[in-house]
Design a protein around this ligand. Structure first.
Ligand SMILES: Cc1cc2nc3c(=O)[nH]c(=O)nc-3n(C[C@H](O)[C@H](O)[C@H](O)COP(=O)(O)OP(=O)(O)OC[C@H]3O[C@@H](n4cnc5c(N)ncnc54)[C@H](O)[C@@H]3O)c2cc1C
Length: 594
């Protein structure tokens, strides 16, 4: 792809993307596949056989397994080669997160260590800090953690009270305060700690070593799920941090925290891919063994419905995640070509895709919750037994909607940031919105389809985006700058934007798959696309209607509802039969093989 034309963050809502422009996971090369296989082997030999011992918090087991991952190079996937890492691109690092995402609590420990635990130093450290810490983080000699949340400061992260004061000699910052819910806190050697210097309003960031004087650690939290991961509260009582351990400049901490969280969100989207496929495999394998009424339960249409929905949602999530991953890589390359150093190029690229990261975090976490929930249901009573892995998967999934920014915060980020980008003129949001609004009162009852399958799907996707554009134009006229206070409407928008993005991603991949696999093998993917778009159109209709009823003047509502009906419409399709075909393939393969 010509990097000059690489799509900008959020631009998808106003710009048509063509199938040839997107990356699909079928395009991973041999090297990436080998890395993924190494991850899978590691899970099969080191993690899954130890899963009960991990969840029982056997002393030293999690750090030992992480260190073994380090010996294999799995902790240094993203770390540049000059710091003894693997220096892989972003998309490959996502494939690693995807594969290891099937590792239950290990996956959380791994992500915290290699993501939020390592990347602050990698992206914001000075040369000395990088030389000192990165090779040891890559090898697993050091394990990392990220300390932002406090008892009184969660979603409002900048409101933390942990304080840093320079000592009289000017050699050390003296840290006082406490941090809560710190993943890997029970054993991490290197902590990125966010605190305010003196009376600053904005956070700064510090690299804190575990053995610095003045740190104490609470016992492990007793959690609902991801029990094997370490989560502790940490206290800083006159903790002495050398001045050279300030990360970035004074006051950079909040920016660092947000940018790193943004990356964590993208990675979470990848983590849930592996977890979702595992839960689907468990579901179908159980359904293919369990008999009731003298037949396998996989023969019941109600079970097939669940299996098909699981497959479609997982496939859609995977599609959106890899589409965005490659967009990030393209933006990194574009930034480097424009003269940025590698670290800044990466940070800026990830920051650019803040909207996509937020919506993928929401979509992925809710997708996995759906899949494990139906997985438990397919297992019946056995799904409620701690003897089954699906029970663990169900409990472990729930955290994804809470950390890396709750889904409420991320829905806000999705809707609000897109509107702000439009207002700043970074994307022609309101110009495109005005064009759609001009059409109000003139929308036909049905979209004007052309008769070609993919061309018509591209019209549907464009129309989904137009629902948002039409309503954002009206909302902006009504509320102006106060729109961001109308959180319910922002959430309606976020869901429409999310569905439009995922629908488009799915259409683009399936169009490509048709070419790669041919008409016959491609049919099952068209089934997925048809069902997904059908479900999506209903979500968009409901969200749109809610928005219309909440702020459009009554006299104008009918015009908007007519437009919404047209723009959210899909072609009629027998979703029952389509779902059955998808489930039948899964049942026959006895595993997710799409
Ligand atoms: C197992 C686990 C591991 C974690 N690991 C780490 C870690 O390694 N490092 C770290 O720093 N933190 C970590 N966290 C903390 C996590 O990031 C926070 O729990 C999360 O950000 C939410 O903060 P909170 O719990 O204080 O909830 P609150 O912020 O109090 O939110 C409570 C509710 O209010 C809603 N809400 C809050 N603000 C708004 C708003 N503006 N608009 C709409 N709704 C809002 C939330 O969505 C939520 O539903 C972890 C948490 C857990 C449970």
């Amino acid at each position: 792809m010509n990097n000059k034309n690489a799509i900008k963050g959020g631009e998808f809502i106003v710009k048509e993307t063509f199938p040839a422009e997107v990356f699909i996971p079928e395009e991973f090369d041999e090297e990436a596949r080998m890395i993924a296989q190494t991850c899978q082997d590691f899970l099969d030999t080191e993690v899954i056989p130890n899963i009960d011992r991990l969840d029982a918090h056997e002393e030293g087991l999690m750090p030992n397994i992480l260190k073994k991952a380090g010996e294999l190079g799995l902790l240094g996937i993203s770390i540049p080669e000059e710091y003894e890492g693997f220096g892989q691109n972003f998309t490959t690092s996502m494939l690693v997160a995807d594969t290891l995402g099937a590792g239950y609590a290990f996956s959380v420990a791994y992500s915290a260590d290699t993501g939020i635990g390592t990347l602050p130093i990698m992206y914001y450290g000075n040369e000395e800090q990088k030389q000192k810490y990165l090779p040891n983080l890559a090898s697993g000699e050091y394990l990392g953690a990220y300390c932002l949340t406090e008892p009184g400061a969660g979603s409002d992260a900048n409101s933390g009270k942990t304080k840093a004061v320079l000592n009289e000699a000017g050699t050390h910052y003296i840290l006082n305060g406490s941090k809560m819910w710190i993943t890997n806190g029970g054993f991490a050697d290197i902590l990125t700690v966010f605190a305010k210097i003196d009376e600053d309003r904005i956070l700064s960031a510090f690299i804190v070593e575990r053995n610095f004087p003045g740190i104490t650690f609470n016992a492990e939290e007793n959690k609902m799920g991801i029990k094997g991961s370490s989560t502790v509260q940490i206290f800083f009582n006159d903790c002495e941090v050398p001045v050279e351990n300030l990360l970035g400049n004074r006051g950079d901490g909040f920016r660092i925290a947000l940018n790193i969280l943004n990356l964590g969100r993208i990675k979470l989207g990848a983590n849930v891919i592996g977890a979702s496929k595992t839960a689907i495999n468990q579901s179908v394998q159980y359904a293919n063994e369990r008999k009731q009424f003298r037949t396998l339960i996989s023969n019941f249409p109600a079970v097939k419905y669940k299996l098909a929905q699981q497959v479609i949602k997982a496939f859609a999530n995977e599609t959106a995640v890899y589409r965005m991953s490659k967009n990030v890589d393209d933006a990194v390359n574009r930034n480097i070509a424009n003269g940025m150093d590698k670290g800044t190029a990466n940070v800026e690229a990830q920051r650019e895709f803040v909207i996509e990261a937020a919506l993928i975090k929401v979509f992925g976490s809710e997708m996995l919750d759906y899949i494990v929930d139906e997985g438990v249901q397919i297992h019946g009573g056995m799904g409620y037994s701690a003897e089954t892995l699906i029970e663990r998967g169900y409990r472990d999934s729930r955290i994804n909607r809470i950390f890396e920014g709750t889904n409420e915060i991320n829905r806000n980020v999705t809707g609000d940031t897109l509107i702000k980008k439009g207002l700043k003129g970074e994307i022609p949001l309101f110009e495109e919105a005005a064009k759609i609004a001009d059409y109000l009162g003139k929308f036909p009852e049905n979209p004007q389809f052309k008769g070609d399958y993919f061309e018509d799907i591209s019209i549907i996707v464009k129309n989904f985006k137009a629902v948002f554009l039409l309503l954002v134009d009206a909302a902006h006229k009504k509320f102006g700058k106060k729109l961001s206070r109308e959180q319910e409407i922002i959430f309606n928008f976020a869901d429409i934007i999310m569905e439009a993005y995922v629908s488009e991603s799915l259409y683009l991949r399936i169009n490509r798959l048709q070419e790669i696999k041919g008409e016959e093998a491609g049919k099952i993917y068209k089934d997925m696309l048809n069902v997904y778009l059908f479900d999506s159109s209903n979500i968009i209709y409901k969200q749109g209607l809610e928005a219309i009823y909440s702020f459009i003047d009554e006299a104008d509502q009918e015009k908007y509802i007519n437009a919404l009906r047209c723009l959210s419409k899909v072609k009629s399709v027998n979703v029952k039969e389509a779902r059955r075909r998808i489930a039948d393939k899964l049942i026959e393969d006895n595993k997710f093989q799409f």
